[in-house]
Design a protein around this ligand. Structure first.
Ligand SMILES: NC(=O)c1ccc[n+]([C@@H]2O[C@H](COP(=O)([O-])OP(=O)(O)OC[C@H]3O[C@@H](n4cnc5c(N)ncnc54)[C@H](O)[C@@H]3O)[C@@H](O)[C@H]2O)c1
Ligand SMILES: [Zn+2]
Ligand SMILES: [Zn+2]
Length: 339
């Protein structure tokens, strides 16, 4: 079978290897789609802090089961499935508390272990989720990033009936905003410097969108929520400027959820965090319930991923897809590969 390996910065090499032989607890999927996400792009340029070369990417995937291990129940050949990409120890303190997304020895498929950038992929059946019949493989390959948003909105105080601000309208900000609406927020304001991404968010049903390169966050909040103000902030950019914006615009005692990944250590206005009893809360990936609920939200139309898919490349143009992302940052969002 064909696989694609990121061998060094900006170099993806195709090679032929044997089709995997599955263990009794595994399934074999014929991969249909994989997604390219921000961490893949960091890895592609050799700038991911927790990934090294060579690596077979692909942690966002959808495929059809072609073989089922002897011990696997409830899955059959022909099922369209996706996989949660976390492998964890089951034994450390976070794992025992059910927070395996922060397992002390967490490995992510396609980041630390080989991913789905190949024709056939063997996966532990415990990580597999079945896709509803109404959902296409392309859409199924976007469940993984959507689940990041669903987990994020569950990390702090309840969003039910609240005015929510999401900073950043990339894939992660978009899904966080959609997840907040799906989980019962009163209204959501999303901010970005890109009008294209803000329009995309609006087309996904986000009620308020503001370009904070053109208006201040205070103005945007006033326009969206009037005197009620904003109750919860989600930082989905990964820079200090937006954390400080949240600190400056938040009501006393409220939550600021940190979803962005920080390439460098930001300077944060900690005096206000202390004095106003803000809670800065981290969010990483998701756990099983977040992932299953994401599938259900997508099947019910409460989270709509279709508008986010900008382009689909065939597998043999996987390297070109990375170049396309580089050249079309301002007019594209999620790029998929189709096998
Ligand atoms: N917590 C997790 O589990 C998790 C999972 C995946 C990705 N992430 C991280 O989430 C962040 C967002 O991911 P993404 O794929 O959407 O990235 P992205 O780069 O596509 O989106 C970031 C957006 O922020 C906007 N932006 C930049 N500066 C801004 C500012 N000052 N104010 C408002 N918007 C601004 C950009 O225009 C862009 O649209 C990244 O840091 C990524 O690494 C976190
Ligand atoms: Zn991803
Ligand atoms: Zn663990």
């Amino acid at each position: 079978m064909k696989q694609a390996i990121l061998t060094k910065p900006e170099t993806i090499e195709f090679s032929e290897i044997e089709k995997p032989v599955i263990q009794p607890h595994e399934i074999l999927m014929k991969v249909k789609n994989i997604g390219i996400c921000g961490s893949d792009i960091h890895a592609y340029y050799g700038k991911h802090p927790f990934m090294s070369f060579p690596i077979r990417l692909g942690h966002e995937m959808a495929g059809e089961i072609v073989e089922v291990g002897a011990d696997v129940k409830d899955l059959k050949v022909g099922d369209l499935v996706t996989a949660m990409p976390q492998t964890f120890c089951h034994e450390c303190e976070p794992c025992k508390e059910g927070r395996y997304n922060i397992c002390n020895t967490l490995d992510v498929i396609g980041c630390q272990t080989p991913g789905a950038a190949c024709e056939y992929f063997n996966v532990d059946s415990a990580l597999i989720k079945k896709i509803p019949e109404s959902m296409s493989a392309r859409t199924a390959a976007t469940i993984e990033p959507a689940a990041v948003g669903v987990h994020a909105v569950r990390r702090g105080q309840s969003v039910v009936g609240k005015n929510v601000v999401v900073m950043g309208a990339g894939t992660i900000g978009n899904v966080t905003a959609q997840a907040a609406m799906a989980e019962g927020a009163k209204a959501v304001l999303i901010t970005d410097f890109s009008d294209y991404r803000l329009e995309l968010a609006k087309s996904c049903g986000i009620p308020f969108a503001a370009n904070t390169g053109k208006v201040t966050m205070q103005e945007a909040i006033k326009e969206a929520f009037g005197d009620e103000g904003a109750d919860i902030f989600f930082e989905c950019v990964g820079i200090g400027a937006t954390v400080n914006q949240a600190i400056e615009c938040s009501k006393k005692g409220h939550d600021i959820i940190i979803v962005g990944v920080y390439g460098s250590t930001p300077e944060i206005n900690m005096a206000w965090v202390q004095d106003r009893e803000f809670r800065l809360i981290g969010s990483l990936m998701y756990v099983d319930k977040d992932f299953q609920d994401t599938i259900d939200y997508m099947a019910a139309g409460k989270i709509n991923m279709e508008p986010l898919v900008s382009k689909v490349f065939p597998f043999d143009q996987y390297p070109e897809a990375f170049k396309y992302i580089e050249q079309n940052k301002d007019t594209s969002l999620k790029i998929l590969i189709e096998m």
